[in-house]
Design a protein around this ligand. Sequence first.
Ligand SMILES: Nc1ncnc2c1ncn2[C@@H]1O[C@H](COP(=O)(O)OP(=O)(O)O)[C@@H](O)[C@H]1O
Ligand SMILES: CC(C)(COP(=O)(O)O)[C@@H](O)C(=O)NCCC(=O)O
Ligand SMILES: [Mn+2]
Length: 910
Amino acid sequence: MAGVVDDKILGIIDIKDKETEENNNSIQNTLVKEEGSQGEKEMAHAAGNSIHRSGSRPQLDVSKAEIQSNVEEKYPTILLPNQSDDISHLALDIGGSLIKLVYFSRREHHQSANDKRKKSMKERLGISNGNRRSYPILGGRLHFVKFETSKINECLDFIYSKQLHRGGLESRYSDGVTNQNAIIKATGGGAYKFADLFKERLGVSLDKEDEMSCLVAGANFLLKAIRHEAFTHMEGHKEFVQIDPNDMFPFLLVNIGSGVSMIKVDGDGKFERVSGTNVGGGTYWGLGKLLTKCKSFDELLELSQKGDNRTIDMLVGDIYGGMDYNKIGLSASTIASSFGKAISDKKELEDYRPEDISLSLLRMISYNIGQISYLTALRFGLKRIFFGGFFIRGHAYTMDTISFAVQFWSKGAAQAMFLRHEGFLGALGAFMSSERHGLDDLMVHQLVERFPMGAPYTGGKIHGPPLGDLNEKISWMEKFLQKGTEITAPVPMIPPGTTGLGGFEVPLSKGSALRSDASALNVGVLHLVPTLEVFPLLADPKSYEPNTIDLSDHGELEYWFTILSEHLPDLVDKAVASEGGTDDAKRRGDAFARAFSAHLARLMQEPAAYGKLGLANLLEMREECLREFLFVDAYRSIKQRENEASLAVLPDLLMELDSMDEETRLLTLIEGVLAANIFDWGSRACVELYHKGTIIEIYRMSRNKMRRPWRVDDFDAFKERMLGTGDKKPPPHRRALLFVDNSGADIVLGMLPLARELLRLGTEVVLVANSLPALNDVTAMELPDIVAEAAKHCDILRRAAEAGGLLEDAMINTLDGSKENSSSVPLMVVENGCGSPCIDLRQVSSELAAAAKDADLIILEGMGRALHTNLNARFQCDALKLAMVKNQRLAEKLMKGNIYDCICKYEPAI
Ligand SMILES: Nc1ncnc2c1ncn2[C@@H]1O[C@H](COP(=O)(O)OP(=O)(O)O)[C@@H](O)[C@H]1O
Ligand SMILES: CC(C)(COP(=O)(O)O)[C@@H](O)C(=O)NCCC(=O)O
Ligand SMILES: [Mn+2]
């Protein structure tokens, strides 16, 4: 089939002698500037958000809304004069040691060119506002931050700087007078102790909520709404546990703060504090401080990493002359008495290493809490125990000790589980208690957790004001480089050795990998995206796992981390060039590279730090990180150039296709998709290829590879479904969703001609593209223009695009000025809700979910969407997965094949 598109045609798309990116792209620069300035505003915003009032829940009041700034601005600010400040945006848990803050920032809705398409799609697909709810919830972000209680003034400054006490409405909306009636939800003892201070400094009243009910509400919310919240931690191994929201209760909640509370939880709002102990986090930190002279909690914890508690604890072996006490199952290394050796030693405090003291203390307290927890669980017949509170601090040794105690004393019958948002349960519960935000029944698929680089945002260290703007973020990254590499290094995960019976050996870790004070917590920012939905055509959403490769295999992890690290310099080059190569862009590019490397380094050491890690998460994090440093679209000009070149050869390709019989054409079309998928700027091998040959050579090579059978080749089954056998013509599919991948040849010469064939057969086609740029993937925003260009050369596409509302202007512009009454099946475009090369079908846009309702065929294209993710996904409708494997190792691993092999996997509906 190599001659289908000849060299003359292909020569036009030569990317060999590509010059550097086009500089001074004014549209791009404008976009960046506007995004940047808007990003900092956290205001109530009504435009397009379709927020209406419901009887029971206060919502934004958009009456008399008016545009505040110059109407010529692309994203003007909208003033809501009737919106009161009473929407809860902040809740506090002021404990004996730490103040925990949970705050909500509303996301601004950007009106964009995309909105026209969106509006028409909404009408076409029958998406009503607040589609599946009786009231809308607000989109926005939940942030988690903590401060030391002793530094309450820093906390007040933080609240003031972000205007959180004003319900997030910034001072530009007020007359500058502090609102005396503002109320903040607060729990913990400090809600009483510091009430006057809050009134005095911020003019707000603290609305006090019961601490226990907040802890329970917070835990219940997290267990229901966050996919990877609970995990077990045994002998250094962390494993996420999927909790069934319908089978959560009862459980024991153990909150280890300064003191320890043990709460039996039977349901939402149904609980009893059944036990507790005064030997808790405050004891460790307090005693530890006295005994070691440590200045900070983290320092004390770090010391324990280098400790050897045998110098200070009395072990069974010390009593039994080095022997085990077998009769009762205690090994010689079991601690018989914490600190017991100090009785007989003729030593003073100074004679003991602070490291040993810290470790002995940590083990004593953790073990004791684990044991009491188990006894309490036993008393009430509870099998599951969840541990929260900041004593845990994501620290491997602490968790292992607690787990060991629970497992040992229960003989394996009970299990200790830990919560990733450990210390924020109370604050989250206080936040939930306000009932003003309508978040109560928020569902897992509406939350996306992101880990931004601004450490203070992630609640990293105990800190002052946040890294507000980009410049601060960049300088922070620069400082980070000067300081060395440890800034985001995690708490070490080196597994402690256990004796198996009753106690631990000395931890293996001798403190080689230590956490810096600025290390981030294991929690990110929770993005609340009310419009996200589970893709309705998944055969079994409960068992769906997007990632194909399991990164818990260390070899895999190391390989993909290396791949991503090696790709960085090229990516930074492209990103900087896409912003005109200015000094500012270079600085941002540098900072991005450092930030992303820091994330990678952290995850390399602690792969489960941010929840269960898959390749899709890594690829998405890279895109998010680029956006954080305001690289809106790193491959923008590459995409543009390749689109133009491909569009120029499209007419000839269509002509050749039209000269074929139906069967040959279908095969050629599928080959065309597979061959064009080679133009992938995310693959190291492909990028190297682009430097070695002209596009003709690459494309020729690619087409030569097209010889069937492909590595996975279900083409015959697909052809039979499409064209039937003999005279028997099967009915066409009603609607096909085409998950498109790359710009340029991939979309223009691959997927669009395939779409055209489906349209010709009478199938409605919905092109499903990214909401945000990722590598050289085409976006939903870019597609209408590409389709319009293609439609100039093709009647089928033109009529379908008109019928699908993609070409309204073209309809008006027909030669005789009359609107054609088209009877064609429509061609539509929807966004998928992602900004990543992969797709997690548990969280897609509501317009895609709506479009899916009538679809009976889906086509997933590309390595990201059809191989890294969804290769094993099963659907309720027919599914075709098309991709070229552009990575040798993946080809070997997945299908014992080679790089540039092709996959054509067809699975009829189940
Ligand atoms: N940076 C820190 N400063 C002080 N204590 C910390 C820090 N990080 C973790 N901790 C531990 O967390 C405990 C406080 O946990 P937390 O859940 O916030 O309880 P509380 O509400 O009692 O302050 C402290 O007693 C200490 O053991
Ligand atoms: C990022 C990608 C998934 C994009 O592939 P696509 O979906 O465009 O086919 C792919 O380029 C990839 O897996 N790259 C990393 C592997 C490598 O460089 O070999
Ligand atoms: Mn792609």
